[in-house]
Design a protein around this ligand. Structure first.
Ligand SMILES: Cc1ncc(COP(=O)(O)O)c(C=O)c1O
Length: 514
């Protein structure tokens, strides 16, 4: 479970949602009681061990008010001890008010105990520094400052998609098909690369829709782009390997690469995508490069054909790996989706990464990697060592969802819906903020960038916007180094066309009063 501290740093997870689940989940699930261990060889009497075990479970809220306790006879049987110490402990806990008994229904944790756990400071035991060594890997993640503008939710949140338009009817009947009478192969340990029929479906889709050159054997199923990068980093990088990342770029990718020990080199993005010459000037021989060529994140540039060919040729000569992150390119509004870079690769340099987070919904946690044939065994071995194999049920449902045409239908409908939302946003920005904001990258995906005049600071605007119920990510937060542009990254995937004009008017008043 996420701790509140993590939540405060995690812009994708809303506090209200967390609170809701926290209230429900902080106690032991119904019917499950915390383990109270007794040690028969200990010098502490058994009744005392039981008394202290229960008292601690109550103080730490592993047992909540009014929770039913086992019978003394049942507990004694379960612990393999006589009933006498159990009766002694229960009597003491009743006397001190931790337990209460109700005639005819048994013994319960007292109802009157406060619901909230004691403040962490009061519970924490003092630990001498240096006594509990931890890895330095995650240090880079903790160094990040919490972003106050990201605390709430609201219109333009970038990680959202139109979940209310998801075909739940079709999805639930497929889910039921597999859950009600599951094929035995769905219930056993499976292939580290993923469930074969799903990998076939993904390979077929990628060949047709994304011009990816692949066979099902090359498809590795993962829990999303994030895990795809984690596995790739373990296979391809050494601690200290240099990796080019786009500037501005995707923070999620940087985090996982840094955690793997990579040294990141920020390479600027121009009108044609990653500026290859600038990258070579900064670091001529990186081990790998992370790119979003179909729809650069966040600027929305599509990498030009000459730049793609030059990047592949350079990778071939320099020996660098290309991590192609193709996260949302199914949605392109003025033309057909741009083919993947991987399809042009003749040297098996590209590791192609895709996800269902944008095209379906992020909580599905399903993505895939297309691995060059000669690396398949390595990727599979790393995947197996990490978490054995991906959960099968969703793969089975997704395979049918693709094969039976629901996926293609959903994509068509969503393309139309997002086109309307995109147009509503571009029109409203033009009407309300003409000459103030410049729109970039609105041809594809589910977000665009609106750049601000140089003198305006985007973080201040994002914070004021958050106070007005908007979630407008500052472009400067996507920079590894000093931001050369100020602007707002505005998502429209989860913001309806009806909401957009009002939200843009609020944004206007925020920007003009800064
Ligand atoms: C560039 C980029 N890659 C990938 C993702 C999706 O990541 P995942 O598949 O881990 O949900 C996102 C989501 O915002 C993204 O912006």
């Amino acid at each position: 479970m996420l701790s509140p501290r993590v939540v405060s740093l995690n812009s994708r997870f809303e506090r209200s949602e967390y609170d809701h689940y926290h209230r429900r989940m902080k106690r032991a699930p119904k019917g499950i009681l915390p383990v109270i261990a007794v040690d028969r060889r200990s010098r502490t009497p058994l009744y005392r061990q039981l008394y202290e075990g229960y008292r601690e479970a109550i103080v730490e809220r592993r047992l909540g008010p009014a929770q039913r306790l086992p019978s003394t006879r049942g507990l004694a049987r379960e612990l393999g001890i006589s009933r006498i110490p159990v009766l002694g402990a229960f009597e003491q806990l009743l006397a001190e008010g931790y337990f209460e008994s109700r005639v005819g229904s048994g013994t319960f944790v007292a109802r009157s105990l406060p619901d909230e756990p004691p403040a962490p400071a009061a519970r924490a035991r003092a630990v001498r520094p240096g006594r509990r060594p931890v890895s330095r890997g995650p240090e880079v993640l903790l160094r990040k400052q919490p972003e106050p503008w990201a605390a709430g939710s609201g219109a333009f949140r970038t990680s959202e998609v139109a979940v209310d338009h998801f075909p739940f009817q079709a999805w639930s009947s497929l889910l039921l098909r597999h859950a009600r009478n599951p094929h035995r192969s769905l219930l056993k340990y499976g292939d580290p690369m993923g469930w074969r029929p799903f990998r076939e479906a993904v390979a077929g889709y990628l060949r047709t829709a994304r011009a990816v050159r692949c066979e099902a054997d090359q498809v590795l199923v993962v829990s999303g782009s994030q895990q795809a990068l984690e596995v790739s980093a373990r296979v391809l990088l050494e601690p200290g390997s240099r990796v080019w990342v786009e500037e501005p770029g995707y923070v999620g990718a940087r985090d996982v690469l840094r955690m793997a020990g990579a040294r990141l080199v920020a390479v600027p993005v121009d009108d044609e995508g990653l500026d290859l010459a600038a990258g070579i000037a900064r670091c001529p021989r990186p081990r790998a490069v992370h790119v979003t060529p179909s729809h650069q994140y966040p600027l929305g540039v599509t990498m030009s054909a000459p730049r793609r060919l030059k990047l592949l040729e350079w990778a071939r000569r320099s020996g660098a790996w290309i991590l192609e992150d193709d996260y949302d390119s199914e949605y392109r509004y003025e033309s057909l989706p741009v083919s993947a870079l991987q399809g042009l690769d003749r040297d098996s340099r590209v590791i192609y990464i895709g996800t269902f987070s944008k095209v379906l919904f992020p909580a599905l946690r399903v993505g895939y990697v297309v691995v060059p044939p000669d690396l398949v065994r390595r990727f599979a071995a790393v995947r197996e060592a990490m978490d054995i194999f991906p959960a099968t049920l969703n793969q089975a449902v997704l395979a049918d969802f693709i094969e039976e045409g629901h996926f293609a239908r959903h994509l068509r409908r969503m393309r139309q819906l997002y086109r309307e939302r995109r147009t509503a946003l571009v029109d409203a920005l033009r009407d309300e903020l003409h000459g103030v904001l410049r729109v970039l990258g609105d041809q594809a995906g589910v977000h665009l960038v609106a750049t601000l005049p140089k003198r305006q600071r985007d973080r201040g605007i994002s914070l004021s916007a958050a106070r007005r119920g908007l979630w407008a990510m500052p472009l400067s937060s996507c920079y590894l180094g000093k931001a050369t542009r100020q602007g707002l990254v505005l998502g429209y995937g989860g913001t309806s066309a009806k909401e957009i004009p009002g939200a843009v008017r609020r944004l206007r008043s925020v920007i003009l009063s800064e």
